[in-house]
Ligand binder design. Structure first.
Ligand code: FCB
Length: 510
């Protein structure tokens, strides 16, 4: 299908505002989905825009068993032979547990204003419950102080997938008791760090870790039961709200939002069935947890009623899960094209693409949501296999702005994996021009959304530095800074220098 046919067949079915943008770009000289160079030149970000980067504890810290840290489900998974590409682990990762002063100095050098990091739950409570391990708390306290001294906002993600193994042994997220344990853990963090941290995101990509961990077994704890997925998702919804309350009880400065993974979704055809399936995808994969927090109900993700029984939903839960967020945070990597799978008899799971997973086996993911989600390959692919589609961030930001009353938005992650390495002939420089192009076009689309009224106040590039990419191990490199894992040497890539100039000038044309 050529670009024009694609625009007609799929994007045409999206909102009128989006359509106007698509048409304007239909003859752009660049790759499909791309913005024109004059728009890149004109793009400006507002004064005070928070330029940042993001990482996650397990992916960068290392020190997996130091200072009283307990085992997490990711430690268990990576220590099992055959689970991770290249048989690498996060035991050392980027050694940021020890090298954080250096990593913060690098951020300062790149004019950064926000650092989104996550806290490792088993560092704070080795088995997930009980009194805090003060060595773990003190580590994060020092990290926060060092960030503040460098003029960088500490943005804390409370949970980025490293569940204490002891809690998995008690049933994991499908066990509703975890909501309470998690809220206690969040309260401990707010009590000890809430005098300095003002911005908290309870969960990184809740749909992904519940579905990949419990529904299809791609991630630890590798369970493959749809009922476990729905139960886990419901526990996480309750946990998100209970944590919001315990954080606010412990810290009067706290604001609480999210770090959801989202993909703008476009119907495959203009048929009513495909458009309805696209709405279900959006409800399930993008706003399931957001809608629960904002309105105390699940969105219409299902072809009938939500499977309440399967979820372990109890009367009164709608009140518990209602905890409106102060701002809305989400990631953008790529998009999806959706079709209806209602008439198909097989409901297998299975399609994997890059950092995300969709059941793109015939029949879609499950008998309840009944859609088929596919990542198109009309645009160029990154080395992680994700389609580059700059316009997606504009569409997504505008859609969330429309649907949630124009909230404050934080872009919590976005980035691309390319394997460029230091190049001797260039004095060790890393000339990663594809990453610069990726960010330049995407950020121009983000600037366009801001110009059109979206209240976006930050952008966090994934990632500050190359790191341990989950089941892909060290085979993907998302960093603005290159890491040589043999000696932990950091080299700022050309994209890092460029991003530093963007942060200093609020413009993209340099
Ligand atoms: C996101 C994850 C992050 C990293 C990037 C590439 O989905 O939140 O940890 O894996 O993808």
């Amino acid at each position: 299908m050529n670009r024009r046919q694609f625009v007609t067949r799929s994007v045409a079915a999206a909102a009128a505002a989006v359509l106007t943008g698509s048409d304007r770009r239909a003859d752009a000289d660049q790759v499909p989905g791309s913005i024109t160079s004059s728009e890149v030149q004109q793009a400006r970000f507002p004064d005070g825009f928070l330029w940042g980067t993001a990482t996650a504890a397990y992916q960068v810290e290392g020190a997996w068993n130091e200072d009283g840290k307990g085992e997490s489900i990711w430690d268990r998974f990576t220590h099992t032979v055959g689970k991770v590409k290249g048989n690498t682990t996060g035991d050392v990762a980027c050694d940021q547990y020890h090298l954080y002063p250096q990593d913060i100095a690098l951020q300062k050098r790149l004019n950064q204003k926000s650092y989104r990091f996550s806290i490792s739950w088993p560092r704070i409570q080795s088995t997930g419950t009980g009194a805090p391990n003060m060595k773990g708390v003190d580590h994060y306290s020092r990290l926060v102080d060092t960030l503040l001294a460098a003029g960088i906002r500490p943005f804390c993600t409370i949970y980025h997938w490293d569940l204490p193994q002891a809690l998995e042994d008690r049933g994991g997220w499908p066990n509703r008791d975890l909501a309470g344990y998690y809220a206690d853990y969040a309260g401990i963090l707010a009590k000890h760090l809430g005098d300095r941290i003002t911005i908290w995101a309870p969960f990184n990509m809740p749909w992904s870790f519940t579905y990949m961990g419990y529904g299809v077994g791609a991630f630890p704890p590798r369970r493959t039961h749809l009922g476990d997925f729905f139960k886990a998702a419901h526990t996480v919804t309750l946990a998100q709200a209970q944590a919001l309350r315990s954080i606010k009880a412990a810290s009067s400065k706290a604001t609480v939002g999210s770090a959801y993974g989202m993909c703008p979704a476009y119907p495959k055809t203009n048929s009513e069935a495909d458009r309805a399936a696209t709405a279900r995808y959006h409800a399930m994969n993008n706003v399931f947890f957001l809608e629960a927090a904002m309105h105390g109900r699940y969105p219409k993700a299902f072809v009938g009623e939500p499977p309440y029984e399967l979820m372990g939903f109890k009367p009164g839960d709608e009140k518990i899960m209602h905890a409106p967020l102060d701002w809305v945070g989400f990631h953008y990597y790529t998009r999806r094209v959706i079709s209806d799978a209602s008439n198909s008899r097989s409901f297998g799971g299975g399609g994997f693409s890059g950092t995300e997973i969709e059941a793109d086996a015939e029949g879609g993911r499950d008998p309840y949501t009944r859609f088929r989600a596919v990542m198109p390959t009309e645009g160029p692919l990154t080395e992680a296999g994700l389609e580059v589609w700059p316009r997606g961030i504009y569409d997504l930001v505008m859609q969330i702005s429309r649907e949630y009353n124009n909230p404050i938005i934080e872009i919590t992650e976005s980035g691309c994996s390319y394997l460029d390495a230091p190049y001797d002939k260039e004095n060790g420089r890393v000339p990663d021009t594809r990453r610069i192009e990726f960010f330049r076009k995407e950020l121009a689309e983000l600037a366009r959304a801001i110009a059109d009224g979206a209240r976006v106040r930050s952008f966090h590039a994934w990632s500050l530095l190359d790191n341990f990419e989950w089941a892909s191990g060290q085979t993907e490199r998302y960093g603005l800074i290159y890491v040589d894992y043999r000696d932990q040497k950091r080299t700022i890539k050309d994209s890092g220098h460029w991003y530093g100039r963007v942060a200093a000038s609020n413009r993209l044309d340099m």
